[in-house]
Ligand binder design. Structure first.
Ligand SMILES: CC(C)(COP(=O)(O)OP(=O)(O)OC[C@H]1O[C@@H](n2cnc3c(N)ncnc32)[C@H](O)[C@@H]1OP(=O)(O)O)[C@@H](O)C(=O)NCCC(=O)NCCS
Length: 225
């Protein structure tokens, strides 16, 4: 995550690493994690100051990239007069591929995303996710990707559907806690028996499904710091 020149280009966006030494990136993370939509779906996180955001980027974000070769990425709107220049692009969202290394972690990474309110519903998140998935498949051979989210988060489900993922229903997500239940999606072509990825084979009983739900990976990670 330390290469400041790394970028993936999509028609409208540049996907790059978040740089802890850039105040603008730290401030962007604070803004992103405090939109009304982010808080409604993921709750309040401790990422409310530039210094906390910087520690997150230096700590958890960097460690994930070092461990897996992928992690959380920034996506920015290309500047029309300088379309390939990262410094001229406007940060608008993050897209992530997360994979834990603790016992019980799933055998495929899961895709996460967030975008500033004023840029929502313009297809930018879908474009960033497609760009990242194509890149990791081509460069790192990562073909299998899960989608995990709070079943009440309709926007998340709509993005996975639009990306062509298959909805396999609710599953207990023990990695996130004994009572956590989430909506599970798989990328096209994956095994519909999600037990091969370490998830439960079947949906949980209704009583369990009515309990706690999974929160976005980014906020789960944020509070874990
Ligand atoms: C989820 C989120 C990232 C979606 O971002 P976005 O940029 O608006 O998504 P896109 O514009 O790329 O939309 C992709 C598809 O989802 C649909 N969609 C997006 N938001 C939607 C909503 N609130 N309700 C219904 N559909 C929605 C779009 O219409 C589009 O469908 P289409 O391709 O069939 O036309 C954004 O709402 C967000 O940041 N939410 C807060 C953070 C969060 O909850 N992250 C999810 C963690 S897994």
């Amino acid at each position: 995550m330390s290469d400041p020149t790394f970028k993936i280009e999509t028609p409208r966006l540049l996907i790059s690493y978040l740089q802890p030494d850039l105040d603008s990136h730290c401030d962007f993370l604070v803004a992103l994690y405090n939109t009304p939509e982010f808080i409604a779906n993921n709750g309040k996180t401790p990422v409310t100051t530039r210094d906390f955001a910087r520690r997150q980027l230096e700590g958890r974000f960097r460690a994930e990239h070092a461990r897996n070769g992928y992690g959380t990425y920034l996506f920015s709107l290309r500047d029309s007069s300088n379309p390939s220049d990262l410094a001229s692009a406007t940060p608008i969202g993050t897209v992530s591929l997360m994979r834990g290394d603790e016992p019980g972690s799933y055998a495929a990474p899961d895709l996460g995303f967030a975008i500033l309110s004023e840029y929502m519903k313009k297809g930018y998140t879908k474009e960033a996710a497609q760009g990242l998935m194509e890149y990791v498949e081509r460069e790192q051979g990562v073909k299998e990707i899960l989608g995990l989210h709070d079943p009440a988060n309709k926007a998340s489900g709509a993005v996975f559907r639009s990306l062509g993922f298959l909805d396999v229903g609710l599953r207990q997500l023990l990695v996130f806690g004994p009572d956590v239940v989430g909506q599970v999606w798989i990328k096209k072509g994956m095994n519909e028996d999600v037990s091969v990825y370490g998830l439960p084979k079947e949906a949980p009983p209704a009583a369990v499904a009515a309990g706690e739900v999974v929160k976005d990976m980014e906020s789960v990670g944020a509070v874990a710091v």
